[in-house]
Ligand binder design. Sequence first.
Ligand code: AMP
Ligand code: MG
Length: 491
Amino acid sequence: MGASAASPADRGIGWRFDNTYARLADDFFAPTEPARVREPRVVVLNRPLAAELGLDLAALPPEAAAALFAGQELPPGSRPLAQAYAGHQFGGFTMLGDGRAILLGEHRTPAGRLVDIQFKGSGRTRFSRGGDGRAALGPMLREYVVSEAMAALGIPTTRSLAVVTTGETVYRTTPQVGAVLTRVAASHVRVGTFEYAARRGEATLRALADYVIARHDPQLAAAPDKYLAFLTAVADRQAALVARWQLVGFVHGVMNTDNVAISGETIDYGPCAFMNAYDPATVFSSIDHAGRYAYGNQPGITQWNLARFAETLLPLIDADPEAAVERATSVLTEFPAVFERYWLDGMRKKLGLAAAEDGDAELVGALLGWMQTTRADFTNTFRDLSAEQLPADCRYQGADFRAWYDRWQDRLRRDSQSASTAVARMRGANPAVIPRNHRVEEALAAAEAGDLSVLHRLLDALAAPYDDRPGRDEYRTPPADERGYRTFCGT
Ligand code: AMP
Ligand code: MG
């Protein structure tokens, strides 16, 4: 175990660390201590999440919380390390690893769940390459806001437990306030971890696969074709996840294979953003010039990423290479149909439909076509449709929309459920509040200037996205002009 400068003290928090990942062979990680920082200060603590994890932060003095979440005082039982991995970034293969993240280990929650506790922005590691290992306050708060919004929407995601500033300056295009995010995840094992292990040889690969199966798919441990079943399970989780993204207009922005979690959680909130006007070509990332990770490309890219994953598993799937390829391919070719099933089921919920009918995909397609032509706001259109009565808006008076609307009403009448059931169903599937870019940016700018009230108001609204609370119109209004809006990577 790495010797920490400060002695580990639980301080009554209730940490229950295990170190399952650290028990893998040592080519999977590099033991790494968080860097010393000048003046840690808490910006935001996620108390509801702490409670869910069985962590009692109530009695913790602010300085102790700051020291803890800046990695200055390590929890007892933690064993800090940087994970090794590789990845395909914008299509090209690279050796990577945690360049600015440190895993403390896995904490056991009161419900018995094992969760990774990881610092992001806590200093250089063996894998930092040219980077400084640090993170700036704005991007860490952005991850906090958007990941917590995703969790409240019910979408699988890593969570954010805390953001602290370090008292150090981080140099990007301009000097920034340094910060550390504490991330909680089902695990940080990615497709890229398998790409790394596969290149280290079959024994390393098998050790990783067995570890991950035990952790995420224990029911498969004794399955006859367990590695093929594992590939199928991972593909299924990705299909379900990306369908959820599409259904709320979430654009991840950097779907490299090192950002695809085997657990099926959304991970890595860098250049992500929610779409306003419906357009499949929507892309926000400043470095995604070709639109590789545009909204409409996300399902196809997921299949591409799963193909990279499948390639790593081939030697485990079948000793005969040709048979292995054939069997893996059969899983991958299923992907579009599996995705479509999740997506259409979700769209039915968004339109208040209970039973499936043959023309449903066409009905949804017609609505999306109208939305694209009129540049209708994706979130607000579905929320408007979820009202007892459609709002008086000139958009909804046009002949094209009326024709679609009548067709949808006919379809609803054929569905064997009451109108109020359909409305309730829709209101639980169509959020009123999403983290719109301009509101997120506004909250981050205020926080960087020392005013946290805007951030807390936003977090409060995002915590109950399906509720109709008065006074939240500011979060529902799309920006007057979103052209030119860009998010940035590597900040
Ligand atoms: P991302 O695009 O955020 O998934 O990051 C890709 C890789 O770059 C990961 O291996 C990160 O750990 C690494 N990285 C990003 N920013 C930094 C930084 N400031 N210092 C060192 N490594 C970094
Ligand atoms: Mg990443």
